[in-house]
Structure formats: C-alpha cells, structure tokens
Unconditional design. Structure first.
Length: 225
C-alpha cells in the first residue's frame, strides 16, 4: 500500500515521465472539481484519480505495445497500483477535510474506496479483440465500423485534450496519431501531419469519436468480464 513507484512500470523512461505529469494533472483536476462541488468528491475521485489515471496509462501502453496482446493484463496490474497508491489516498482525505466532509462521511468513503477492484477501473477501457471482430463483421452492407481504431483515437484525444476541447490541439493530435500509426482515411494518400486541410482532419477525428461513443453506448455487451 505504498506510493506508486514509476520506475517499475513496463514503459520507456520518457513515457514514465509523461505518466507522472498526467497523474499530477489528474490530481489538479480532482482538486478543482472538489472545490466546485465538494459533495461530489467520491465521484470526482473515481473519475479522475482512479479511472482517469488508468485511462492515461492505457494511452501510453497503446504507444509501446502495438500488438495489444498483454494490454488487459498490464492495465489490470496498473489499476491495482492506482488503488494502492498512498499518495492519492492522502489527496482524497485532505480534500475531504478541507471541504468539511464530516468524519463519518470521510471514513465511509475511504472504506468503499478500499473495496474497489481493478476490474471496476478497467471495465470498458479495453474491449476484447473477439468482441471487436464480431462488431466489425456484423452485417454485410455498407462500410465496416472500425471500433478498435476509434477507441485508440479516443484515448489519444482524451490524453491531449482532457477538457474535451481537442480542436485547438490539431497539430499535436496529428503528431500523436502518426506516432500511434493510426491509419488515415483512404482518399487522403497522406499521413496525419501531412494533411494541410484542418476541416478534413477534424471530420476524421469526429468520425472516430462518434464510433467510440457508439461503442461505449452498448457497453453492457462489450465490457470486460
């Protein structure tokens, strides 16, 4: 039950440093949300410090583990680290005290946090390959829906623009989409960075995000066991 040790993560050095920065940003966002809405502290903790940090780790895994063969295992292992991280547990307790959550409310919240499982954090973040294949192959008319690529794009967008305002980060998104080897629309005949037409880039990203939302909307049939 110690503070998260970044040196033991199966990521290259630069990616570990990026994860540290992303974790710090999650803590800042959590504190901001609690300041605005103290009584939502438990949901803010879940969204930012638990699922949010797990999602950030996934975005980095996708860059270094192209095959995805061990992705669920690695993500589940990290979700356990996130749950056991004493630093963020302290952040939650301090925020609860600062915003006058009473002792009973504080301890009840922390008790429920202790009993959370890695599966709760991972659920829905990594769709199983066989489920994606079934979805892509379902139906014979019209273009196939590439949910796997859409989910990769969604993770990159969330990492680059956690506030949802991704359109002002097009240059950075172009670079990251190329690094992740996200295929471009067939008519382009260019990579992401070489596409000079911003509206085309926006339209392509919007298409992927729409598919990702479609995937999540039917999550009960597609979440991890």
């Amino acid at each position: 039950m110690d503070e998260l040790d970044y040196t033991n993560l199966p990521l290259p050095g630069a990616a570990r440093e990026r994860l540290k920065a992303l974790d710090a940003e999650r803590i800042r966002r959590f504190q901001e949300k609690v300041a605005r809405e103290p009584h939502g502290i438990e949901q803010h903790d879940f969204d930012e410090l638990l699922v949010g940090r797990t999602r950030d780790y996934l975005s980095l895994l996708q860059e270094v583990d192209k095959s995805g063969a061990r992705r669920k295992q690695l993500l589940t292992e990290h979700a356990r680290r996130v749950l056991d991280d004493s630093n963020t547990r302290g952040v939650v307790r301090d925020a609860a005290r600062k915003h006058h959550i009473d002792w009973v409310g504080r301890e009840s919240m922390m008790f429920r946090r202790v009993w959370r499982t890695p599966d709760e954090l991972v659920r829905g973040l990594v769709p199983e390959p066989n489920v994606i294949t079934q979805e892509v192959q379902r139906g014979t008319r019209g273009p196939q829906k590439d949910y796997e690529t859409a989910l990769k794009v969604e993770q990159i967008v969330k990492r680059i623009a956690p506030d949802g305002n991704w359109r002002k980060h097009l240059d950075e998104l172009r670079e990251e989409l190329d690094k992740a080897k996200i295929k471009t629309p067939t008519p382009w005949r260019t990579d992401w960075e070489s596409q000079p037409d911003d509206p085309k880039v926006k339209k392509a990203i919007e298409h992927h995000l729409k598919l990702a939302r479609e995937w999540h909307a039917s999550a009960p049939a597609k979440t991890l066991s």
